[in-house]
Design a protein around this ligand. Structure first.
Ligand code: KG4
Ligand code: ZN
Length: 334
């Protein structure tokens, strides 16, 4: 069974073809660069860019997979959460294709897509596992009781982890989106140079908060001259990253222990963070758990994860109505 997956919830236009929810035949990802000069995603610009690019990305995905539309058995598209304009472009395109070609259509939750990114690549992952979702818009710990059955343990009260990386990267002059650049810069810095606060680390439960950490970095930078900032740039990046990552690591390890879950996954853009991958793997291995994370192109937004999630959801409950609409604040598990 071939699934076409379409993702346009934010600033990546992506279309993929996936066989049986596990074999990627193509995964074309076009990241919009139009937003960097604004320091964040401009929804109106993103929507228009998706509209300009979607047909070309779709054709390339079919070409790279070596298939035609008539070979596709299911069309999956992100319905939310995300930016309304961008969501509508991908969703409407998918529904149009499905209607015109009488192919079943399935609407997909973006976060379920991130969760499914691990299912695509790690076939020995236990269906009952713990997942840490860390992206530009979300930070949450979820107990996965099989595909589609989610128990949200905790989430961020304010900024998402990726948002904090992007805001601090901006403060350090690394541009937008700066998470990956900050990760790279931090690898040459001293993570113990400044002890930035580790928000909510000691509090029980699995809530997160990232706005205070970003403010702490901003206040620290204010006290420095431009020369000092340049001198300390890598050390500040490493110290911020250490604080941001340690909170994620401690809470994830605690959840794995408290819920007696031996398999743990991370997903979303921040799952690509090298320090998070290294420290979390060390800590989980030490307590007999296994850590899984997607390969780099599957960490950030992509059509293959939407195709995989669509495939599994279709197995469970069949196709969606074509009347389904985009929902910017769609909750997980409802
Ligand atoms: O999952 P994603 O593509 O989009 C959302 O659904 O939000 O995640 C994008 C986020 C951005 O905030 C980006 O800066 C962050 O993931 N990111 C990283 C790294 N690579 C991407 N953050 C930290 N370290 C990285 N290596
Ligand atoms: Zn995402």
């Amino acid at each position: 069974m071939l699934t076409l997956g379409i993702e346009t919830s934010c600033d990546e236009t992506s279309v993929a073809v996936v066989r049986e929810g596990s074999e990627i035949l193509s995964n074309v990802i076009l990241s919009q660069s139009d937003h960097s000069k604004f320091g964040g995603v401009v929804p109106e610009i993103a929507g228009r860019a998706h509209l300009r690019k979607i047909v070309g990305v779709y054709r390339q995905a079919l070409r790279e997979a070596g298939v035609k539309l008539e070979n596709i058995d299911l069309i999956a598209a992100t319905m939310g959460p995300g930016l309304i304009g961008p969501l509508l472009v991908g969703l409407t395109f998918a529904k149009g294709l499905a209607f015109a070609s009488s192919i079943p259509f399935i609407a997909v939750h973006h976060i379920e897509g991130h969760i499914a990114a691990n299912l695509l690549e790690h076939h020995d992952l236990q269906s009952h596992h713990l997942t840490l979702i860390v992206s530009g818009g979300h930070t949450m710990l979820v107990e996965v009781n099989g595909f589609g059955a989610y128990h949200i343990l905790g989430a961020t009260r304010d900024d998402a982890a990726g948002e904090a990386f992007d805001k601090v990267a901006k403060l350090l002059g690394l541009g937008y989106p700066g998470g990956a650049k900050l990760d790279h810069l931090a690898s040459t810095g001293n993570p113990k140079f400044i002890r930035f606060p580790r928000p909510m680390l000691k509090e029980p439960g699995y809530q997160f908060s990232y706005s205070g950490l970003k403010t702490a970095v901003a206040l620290y930078l204010k006290k420095l001259s431009p020369y000092e900032v340049q001198q300390q740039l890598a050390d500040i990046a490493a110290s911020f990253q250490e604080a941001a990552v340690m909170v994620l690591v401690e809470k994830t390890v605690r959840a794995a222990q408290e819920l007696h879950l031996s398999d743990v996954t991370i997903s979303g853009g921040v799952a690509a963070n090298s320090r998070l991958q290294t420290v979390l793997a060390e800590r989980l291995t030490a307590i007999g758990c296994r850590l899984f994370y997607p390969s780099l192109p599957l960490c950030t937004d992509n059509g293959a994860m939407i195709a995989a999630a669509g495939y599994f959801r279709f197995q469970n409950e069949g196709a969606s109505e074509l009347a389904v609409s985009a929902v910017p604040y769609l909750k997980l598990g409802v």
